[in-house]
Design a protein around this ligand. Sequence first.
Ligand code: HMG
Length: 418
Amino acid sequence: MILSKNIKKKGLNFMKIKEIKEKIKIGIDKIGFAMPKYFLDIRDLALGRNENENKFVKGLMQSEMSISTVTEDIVSLGASAAAQILDEEDKKNIDMVIVGTESGVDQSKASAVFIHHLLNIQPFARCIEIKEACYGATAALSFAKNYIEKNNDASVLVIASDIARYGIDTPGESTQGAGSVAMLIKKDPAIAVINDENVCQTRDIMDFWRPNYSDFPYVDGHFSTKQYLDCLTTTFEEYKKRYSQSLDDFDAFCFHLPFPKLGLKAINSILEKNIEKEIKNDFLEKFHTSIIYGKRVGNIYTGSLYLSLLSLLENCVNLNGGDKIGMYSYGSGAVCEFFNLTLAEGFKNHLRCDRLNDFENRKQLSMEEYENMFFEKIVLDEEGNCDFSNNKFIQESDNSFVLAKIENHKRVYKKLNE
Ligand code: HMG
């Protein structure tokens, strides 16, 4: 029915009809999330920095920040997120592992290679790392989709893994975080189909960047928020024009969330002025379910859009199979993309409904503990060794993998709970 309407409208020829009929659906089949065991209450940060707590709680809409330890990095968190979702069959079918990150552990070797080994994925796979600030994982999804279009029975593991550290007493400090989202991409996915319609935009700007010699990013904070919002409105306008779509075509939106208040500004900027109150409230209600996890984790750079998707799908009671989710990905520098997903029938059966317990089971840090833990530097001896085996963070970790030691400058990871 929909097919014949489209064919009439667009006057498609026979070959095109055949192509549409045969086009396979590709998308997210499984999704997992790993975060560190520790968090800082944002009100403690405000107190410690002589700020009014409402600046962070209301002004940024942030509540907590995930704090990683020296025994965690994007490899251990990424492998832990993936370990939650993969079974032995998946590991035999994964042809490619792509990690989107801007907190890589090596300038040469891809983190995906470590993760491929830790997860015991079949050997004839390709493993790479993709970088463009917070946009990396979205580029990885697109790469994965293109690959599966040509290799229909393959699966691709896409991992978005980052640790966002701005430094002590900086304007960005209240927007830090750490965590990884892992997604298994394949045909006929159980959670959501990644549709073809998308628009990207690139602007050569210096809103946020981290030179190789610096542990922390340089940020033009207010300029970055303006660029994020302007890229959204201009890209969404172009998207609507190119695909003859409007707000009516969407059931919910997810945004890259450097802090949740920017997401609220983002949704308000695309809801038309004359929109019916009921429809506006429905979009806003769904938006608020999409920030539940982000509010408690902070910015996880390239994973933050996908954490917002996970939050929406696991917490919204108002979504059904067939619903369309508008997705806005933004990476400083800057590259953005607006694309969309269609939810699969029964998607809820493939998600967790008890994830909030994981947040409750974390340990709260004092300001002093936070400063010591999050900014602890690895100190190597003359031979390039450092051993964390007896580190209490390893004993306390709930994740599947940790960084156990560095031996002769080589990172060595350990599987826990074996
Ligand atoms: P700031 O300049 O210290 O804060 O840091 P502010 O003065 O702009 O205040 C923040 C908000 O709190 C404002 O709300 C204030 O009014 C409000 P707004 O007017 O914008 O709606 N406020 C209060 N509200 C209630 N009670 C109070 C109170 N006081 C103030 N008492 C800034 C803000 C975002 C600049 C800073 O956090 C920062 O630099 N963050 C890092 C950069 C960032 O997150 N940029 C976002 C866009 S770029 C992006 O998303 C890419 C990124 O993820 C990186 C990548 O791609 O890799 C960052």
